[in-house]
Design a protein. Structure first.
Ligand SMILES: [Zn+2]
Length: 120
């Protein structure tokens, strides 16, 4: 298993600098980089092939899903082995709800921090 993730990392380093730009994320069909910042910034580079531009959330999910979901991780690995982006995407999607939750909590924390700073 570890070999596949090492392979992904190597591909990632080699792939820096080129990207297939997408208006909509090929994993979740959402706007790139996000609904909030639609088209204003580049999205993330998919670890699948370091070529597809995906939304920020899916960029996070590609990294985090293997930690949240053994099933998602398994599907991602098989997708990678078979060079099947659809399958990879299905695996990544398993971790999307958890990532959304983390981002939401982060936002709340940032707002609380901002309020604290304003009160000083
Ligand atoms: Zn996405």
């Amino acid at each position: 298993m570890a070999n596949h993730w090492t392979l992904v990392r190597v591909k990632h380093i080699q792939g820096v600098g080129r990207m297939n730009r997408n208006e909509f994320c090929p994993i979740c069909d959402g706007a790139v980089p996000s609904e909030e910042y639609k088209g204003r910034y580049p999205g993330a580079l998919s670890r699948f092939d370091n070529n597809e531009e995906i939304c920020s959330l899916c960029g996070m999910a590609e990294a985090m899903t293997p930690l949240f979901s053994p099933e998602g991780r398994e599907i991602m690995v098989v997708g990678l082995q078979n060079d099947d982006f659809e399958l990879w995407a299905a695996g990544v999607q398993k971790g999307l709800p958890q990532c959304r939750e983390i981002l939401e909590q982060q936002k709340v924390a940032q707002e609380q921090l901002k309020k604290l700073n304003e009160e000083e």
